[in-house]
Write a new protein. Structure first.
Length: 722
């Protein structure tokens, strides 16, 4: 390296050393000043402590004086003076506590002084109370007691000791403050003299450094032509813009972008003349910032001299003018028209995908998610950043079903697939989607990715299942009604024959056989009656029924007949609406539900019955095919029993379907209950998990009529038939 370079580096090192010394002197002066201020503040705080101790002493004395005057005169003015002095004493103690909050030694003073003053004030208050209620003589005896005098002396001694200690500390602090002050003054004058010498040296160094820079100016001018050639060879537009916004220089590529032959056409013109009007304000703000020494970037649009519109991206850099210290604007611009057009096209396509209500996702051939639109976010619950790069099969499917394997093979072989899939949401909810898969290939025709468009059809499938079940139950009911008529025609002659034989065969053995036969015929007739009730939906006399008394009778039956291992809990609000219906049939529905709950808990458990008022919304009405908009009473029967599988839940309302042992149920309980609920315009929902219990929710339309039916049906024995 040249001697000139080493000389410049030496000047820089000396310059930095001088600045470091000046900075060190400033730090020392600042440190001494801070110490001086700290000592002065400490002295001020000590003065405040002494003043506050004297105030406490004076206020306590005023309190005692006012109290003695009141004891002697019983004058109300003296009492008010005492109260004010007492309050002032307490206030002074609080102020003293705040002043000494950060001083451990002084906090010990207040911890000793405060309880004694409080005790003294309590004694004074007690003396006033005795004066007001027992007279002056009793008070005089208390005042003359040793305890009364001793407390006052202890307080006086504590305050005097504290004042003496604080005054000693104050004297020491003042001496330290004077010493620090003298030291700070001497240090300041020494540092000032040293700084003046160093500033003179620094000025000399700066002057030498400036002369050194001037020597390099010639070399810089010599390289200007070479730089000009390099700039003209740059494939981007380079412009120099003056502070007033006019063009100073432009390279060859810039001339081509502006569609002019020579620079003379542009030099001296305002640069914003070619900028589209809506971008001129932003460019003016950027130019102003650059001329203040800041860098910046901006995208904008121009119209060249032959009418071509271009999107430009500029990187703005400030260049200092050495003559006056101002800045000019160096703009490095490149044409991004094609890039902007591509981004706009992608943005429009992305908006179209996000507007779609369907879930649209793209995965590569390794099942890693590449694209996830807003419809997918709404359907599944995961945001785009959470799923990109993850395996879609592990994310959306519990296991790989044969249907899913077939879909993957089909789309790879034929290029597309369409069908229904069961998928999981973020909350673990299983949903049904109608899915369309399309295979996307690269330029070489090789499989690249798979586009999936998924539409949720869970509600649609649920409604279809409800409709099919309703139609199936209706068909079974019609069939059952016809069979019941035929069986009744068969059982009626048998029953009549049995009754005739009972009269003709009086012996006990025959009577016993005939009685057994009659009982079985009647049992068959009752069973047919239940079937007919389910098939026809027998409608009884409907009145306005209150649910609360009905629940009370059900609870009474549970308490009297259910095992003690089953705990019954009820929650029936008093403001429950009424329903219009047959009280006896509603009673039968609830009996069926609680008996089934009892049978589901052979080892005991909790049976909970809850009722509430609610309004079925449009969304709820769409979920259940039997629901309508309006006011309902919801009756919820919950048990903690063995629960049911999803397969059993699909069949529980079918006639003659039962999970109970032979002879313990006919399978007509829930089917009959469902028929009654539908005859009342209601519907029922079931939720159950194996091993975690079952919940039946019965919805009955609320009635606004005030005519209330008093329920008093004769209760039959509680037996399960469902």
């Amino acid at each position: 390296m040249s001697k000139k370079w080493y000389r410049v580096q030496k000047l820089k090192a000396i310059f930095i050393l001088v600045l470091a010394i000046i900075f060190t002197n400033a730090v020392v002066s600042y440190s001494n000043t801070v110490k001086l201020i700290h000592n002065q503040q400490w002295v001020t705080d000590s003065y405040k402590v002494i003043t506050q101790l004297e105030s406490i002493k004076s206020a306590l004395k005023d309190t005692e004086t006012a109290q003695r005057n009141y004891l002697i005169t019983a004058d109300a003015d003296d009492l008010q003076t005492y109260i004010a002095a007492d309050q002032q004493t307490n206030s002074n103690i609080q102020i003293f506590s705040k002043l000494t909050a950060k001083n451990h030694q002084k906090q010990q003073w207040i911890s000793l002084l405060k309880p004694k003053i409080t005790n003294r004030l309590n004694i004074l208050q007690q003396e006033i109370y005795l004066r007001q209620n027992q007279g002056l003589e009793v008070v005089q005896q208390l005042i003359l007691s040793y305890k009364d005098k001793q407390v006052g002396k202890e307080i006086q001694q504590l305050i005097d000791d504290s004042l003496k200690a604080e005054q000693n500390l104050l004297q020491q602090g003042m001496q330290q403050s004077q010493a620090s002050s003298q030291k700070a003054i001497v240090t300041f004058f020494i540092a000032a003299i040293v700084d003046l010498v160093l500033v003179a040296l620094l000025y000399d160094l700066l002057w030498r450094y400036i002369r050194q820079l001037q020597q390099t100016e010639l070399a810089l001018r010599q390289s200007e032509n070479r730089l000009r050639a390099m700039i003209d060879a740059e494939p981007e537009c380079i412009q120099l813009i003056a502070g007033d916004g006019t063009l100073l220089e432009i390279n060859a590529e810039g001339l081509a972008m502006m569609e002019v032959e020579t620079a003379d056409v542009l030099i001296g013109l305002p640069i914003n003349a070619v900028i589209v009007p809506e971008y001129r304000a932003a460019f003016a703000d950027l130019h102003k910032s650059v001329c203040q020494g800041n860098k910046g970037n901006l995208e904008f649009e121009i119209v060249a001299f032959k009418g071509t519109r271009r999107y430009m991206e500029t990187h703005a850099v400030p260049l200092r003018n050495e003559s006056d210290g101002t800045f000019i604007h160096l703009a490095l611009m490149r044409d991004i028209t094609q890039q902007k057009q591509a981004e706009q096209k992608i943005r429009e396509q992305g908006l179209l995908l996000d507007v779609s209500s369907d879930a649209i996702l793209v995965r590569n051939i390794h099942n890693q998610i590449l694209f996830w639109n807003q419809g997918a976010e709404r359907l599944y619950g995961w945001e785009t950043g959470e799923v990109v790069g993850k395996n879609v099969l592990q994310l959306l499917y519990k296991d790989i079903s044969p249907q899913l394997e077939d879909a993957c093979l089909t789309v790879m072989n034929t290029g597309e697939w369409r069908g229904e899939l069961h998928q999981l949401t973020r909350e673990g909810k299983v949903i049904i989607v109608e899915s369309r898969w399309i295979l996307i290939r690269d330029d070489n025709g090789q499989p690249k990715s798979i586009l999936s468009v998924n539409t949720e059809i869970t509600q649609q499938k649920q409604l279809e299942a409800q409709l099919l079940r309703s139609q199936r139950l209706e068909s079974i009911g019609t069939l059952a009604g016809g069979i019941v008529h035929d069986l009744n025609n068969i059982l009626s002659p048998i029953l009549m024959s049995v009754q005739l034989l009972q009269k003709k065969l009086p012996d006990s053995q025959s009577q016993q056989i005939l009685q057994t036969l009659e009982n079985n015929v009647k049992r068959g007739a009752n069973l047919l009656k239940q079937v007919l009730s389910f098939a026809r939906g027998t409608a009884g006399k409907q009145t306005i029924v209150q649910i609360q008394p009905l629940m009370a009778e059900i609870e009474q039956i549970i308490d009297q007949t259910f095992p003690k291992s089953i705990i019954c809990q009820t929650d029936i609000p008093k403001n429950l609406w009424c329903v219009r219906g047959d009280a006896t049939q509603l009673h039968q529905v609830l009996i069926n539900l609680v008996v089934n709950a009892r049978d589901a808990m052979p080892n005991g458990g909790i049976l909970r019955i809850v009722a509430e008022n609610l309004v079925v919304s449009e969304h709820s009405a769409q979920i259940n095919i039997d629901a309508e908009l309006g006011s309902y009473i919801a009756i919820v029967v919950t048990d903690t029993g063995m629960g049911m599988s999803s397969e059993v839940q699909q069949r529980i309302f079918e006639p003659f379907f039962t999970t109970k042992e032979v002879g313990k149920g006919t399978g007509l309980g829930l089917s009959t209950a469902l028929g009654i609920i539908k005859n009342h315009g209601g519907f029922v929902n079931v939720y159950s998990q194996v091993g975690r219990g079952t919940q039946f929710t019965v919805y009955l339309p609320a009635s606004t009529s005030r005519e209330v039916h008093s329920l008093s049906p004769e209760l039959e024995s509680v037996t399960g038939d469902g």
